[in-house]
Write a protein of this length. Structure first.
Length: 183
């Protein structure tokens, strides 16, 4: 963990000096320097004082880089195709265990020729069009603004039943961080 590097980056971003942090926390400049270079590990109580001086939550100091805010600009989205119908998938954002995608289904297109199952839980929001979804013995039609969710380990299928291209926002949660094709 690079707690010290996190502290230094925050301090510099806020245009604070080590001396200012030390004045507020009562810590020595030598100790703070060792903390920022990851040469010593401060106690939780010391970290609380540093966090207070930096005006950030203690938990923020403990985050790994991959756990912090990740930004994907519209023009920078990764775009792939999925399934036998080569559905267009825009990768909006993801964390270790969650993925969010915007899936484009042309008229009549579906997520596959047959129902499929995989690890995880899904939430779908119909952004545009009209779709049909089935999971196990459950089936329903959805229009713009409707949403549904399910455990993806039960075989399921989503199909566009409208005359226009449908857009479906899909968020998938999985226990593992293995990248998988969930469409």
């Amino acid at each position: 963990m690079n707690i010290g590097s996190n502290i230094r980056a925050i301090r510099k971003r806020k245009n604070l000096t080590i001396a200012q942090i030390c004045e507020e926390t009562g810590l020595s400049q030598g100790f703070m320097s060792q903390v920022e270079t990851n040469k010593t590990s401060p106690s939780i109580a010391t970290l609380e004082g540093i966090a207070k001086a930096l005006r950030v939550p203690l938990a923020y100091l403990l985050l790994h880089q991959e756990e912090r805010m990740s930004v994907v600009r519209k023009g920078e989205r990764k775009i792939t195709t999925s399934g036998s119908e080569k559905l267009r998938v825009e990768h909006l954002s993801s964390t270790k265990n969650m993925k969010m995608r915007l899936v484009e289904l042309p008229p009549g297109a579906s997520t596959g020729d047959a129902r499929h199952a995989h690890e995880g839980e899904e939430i779908h929001v119909v952004v545009k069009g009209k779709i049909y979804a089935e999971q196990g013995e459950d089936a329903a039609e959805f229009v713009e603004g409707d949403s549904f969710s399910w455990n993806a380990c039960t075989p399921h299928l989503v199909r566009n039943i409208s005359e226009e291209t449908a857009l479906v926002l899909i968020s998938v949660y999985t226990e593992s961080d293995q990248s998988q094709d969930f469409i």
